[in-house]
Write a protein that binds this ligand. Sequence first.
Ligand code: SAM
Length: 430
Amino acid sequence: MVRLPEKFLQRMYERLGDRYPAFLASYKRPPLKGLRVNTLKISAEEFCALAPAEFALGEQITESGYIVGGEKLGADPYHFAGLFYMQEPSAMQVGELTKGCKKERVLDLCAAPGGKTTHVAAQMAGKGVLFSNEIDFPRAKILSENVERMGIRNGGVMCASPETLAEFFPACFDLILVDAPCSGEGMFKKEPNAIPEWSEENVARCAVRQRGILECAAQMLARGGRIVYSTCTFAEEEDEWQIEAFLKAHPAFTLVEEKKFYPHEFRGEGHFAAVLEKREGEILAAKPFRIQKNAAAERAFCGFAEEFFAEPFRTEGRIHTLADGRMYLVPEGMPELNVRLLRLGVELGEWDGKNFKPAHALAMAFGTLAKKKISLSREEAKIYLRGETLACDIESGWAVVCVDGFPLGLGKVSGGTVKNHFPKGLRLRK
Ligand code: SAM
């Protein structure tokens, strides 16, 4: 059992009273691991039939389950194919609270590594626009990779502070997720490094930071919109009292729902979530995104698409071409984004003035529509994911490499071999 700070235990005892022994006993069991099926790519039923680890569907969330086996699923080919996201079970409950919310324009303000973003994206099923933001650049890169892996088409990944975003997007979103940085009391088992960092002073510091983030979210929310605030801590200063203080300071808001997931009452490590609705205020439209058109590049893409896709490529969105030839499919409703951007809609590929070269993101978002597919078994897929060349006797040209029919990336077939185009930075280590 992990050694917990005395002061933390005393606070929990004062809060829980006769429920405290059960809370303490929950630290004796190993941390619960969960997995959420990416319904953008596969249904829960289909996934269960394929599932690589012993895995049982959750009682409350149809697309999620607890991992019972100890396999390293991050290295599993189905993980690379974006069929699932590994997420702590109580964290998934936050996504459950967003199910009834309007989602034309959604902002996830503290999004990395992407658990809640990918959950909400699955609920949006390609409709509306999802902005996933992370203030820390290295973490934003991981978020962006996860958004790509899960095949999310209708979003953008940004790296900005809540204050910067609040300047650009006043009264503009229907739903804002604030999964706030917190003192992480619910993470002590999973990340014991968080234990020595815990102190009452740190709880107070976190509460101040959260108040600032919530303030920005309040400014960016349109009338009728909702904030889903969450933490993975039990401290009232960061949870119930934070919400109480927010409601006092913002009479335009009401509390829709508030939930605390304690590890002795719920099969998870612990979370807090509150849903706030803005009853009064403005609804403002952000400036629309200015598409840069390049007729020659678009012709090159159309020529490629005719060869590459089994059916004419028709999808919602507009093609945006940067001066350096990189091309993106930008979702309808995308506003102007004058912030550091890591991902914009779906990267289609690159035009060098002569030829069009498809991007990995294209395969992850639209690969199932490709004409030429190379379907590998799970073992063969590992060879591809390590960046090795494969033998294949199909017609030359670009193909989508799949595991059991699910796209993993691109390959270029020529003379009986497949040149591996799986991105170097994402490869499975040998
Ligand atoms: N929502 C994520 C998920 O489900 O995978 C987890 C988010 S984590 C609990 C909180 C995030 O807030 C961290 O990635 C952290 O870098 C970010 N953060 C830290 N300080 C911040 C600030 N001042 N404003 C906004 N985000 C901040």
